[in-house]
Design a protein around this ligand. Structure first.
Ligand code: SAH
Length: 239
């Protein structure tokens, strides 16, 4: 290589460096800030602790390395095994609907990447989350442990039955679309508690439903049409 082409190479690298260098933590912080402004606040989420939690959780650490630069985009992303990490707005909206408080005990069905559980764990003291795909449950357990979330318990199994041994829960968040609201989950909701769950089949319109238990009575409200991966009922067939 002659000296001229070497110099040209250096100049090119210098000019292109901002585009080719790996993203750094301050870039992710900026992306997270943009996400909060453009996707969450501008769409009307005002629940303070939800906003605080979503500002903190490093969403790029919940997706595959190759997808990190897209982690703060306005859409769900694949996490393997045909599953997805939900769109940031949906996580914020579902969190705000159940209105979690410090001291609450919360159950999530559908751990996936562990992101929704991490958002909840910044607000409340104890989060239980059930995942049916063993591999996803294992990788979320490892990730949450490494990130220091010691108030989240990941359980591998079918979330349809909830966790009777830990019930009642102050709130329940279901992040896969069920054909109907599983009766055991209604049973395990504390008096005054709230559950948010997408209901509908995979290829039809699904509705995000807010369920409340007041004086032993159940009320349900349709909040918005959504699209979630299906709630499945069998353990991973590879097991
Ligand atoms: N909350 C997740 C998004 C998960 S996508 C996140 O923040 O990343 C929905 C998840 O629900 C998938 O991982 C899927 O495997 C899981 N799932 C589907 N049916 C389930 C069931 N019956 N019990 C527990 N988990 C279930």
């Amino acid at each position: 290589m002659n000296i001229l082409s070497r110099i040209t190479g250096f100049i090119l690298l210098f000019l292109l460096w901002p585009a080719v260098r790996p993203a750094m933590s301050q870039d992710y912080a900026r992306m997270r800030n943009d996400m909060m402004r453009d996707q969450i606040i501008s769409r009307g989420i005002t629940h303070r602790s939800t906003l605080q939690a979503m500002r903190k959780v490093e969403r790029h650490l919940f997706v595959d390395k190759s997808l990190r630069s897209r982690a703060y985009d306005d859409n769900p992303l694949p996490i393997g095994y045909g599953q997805t990490i939900s769109q940031p707005f949906i996580v914020a909206y579902m969190t705000s609907l159940i209105d979690p408080r410090a001291g609450d005990k919360i159950l999530e069905i559908g751990t996936g990447s562990g992101y929704q559980a991490a958002v909840l764990a910044h607000i409340t003291d104890s989060v239980y989350t059930i995942e049916i795909v063993k591999e996803l449950g294992q990788s979320a357990t490892k990730r949450l442990e490494e990130l220091g979330y010691n108030n989240i318990r990941v359980i591998i199994g079918d979330g349809y039955y909830g966790l009777p041994g830990q019930a009642p829960f102050d709130a329940i968040v279901v992040t896969a679309a069920a054909e109907h609201i599983p009766p055991p989950l209604i049973e395990q909701l504390r008096e005054g508690g709230k559950m948010v769950i997408p209901v509908g089949s995979q290829f039809m319109v699904q509705n995000l439903i807010l369920v409340e238990k007041k004086k032993g009575r159940i009320t349900t409200r349709n909040m918005m049409p959504v699209r979630f991966v299906p709630f499945t009922r069998k353990e991973n067939p590879k097991d």
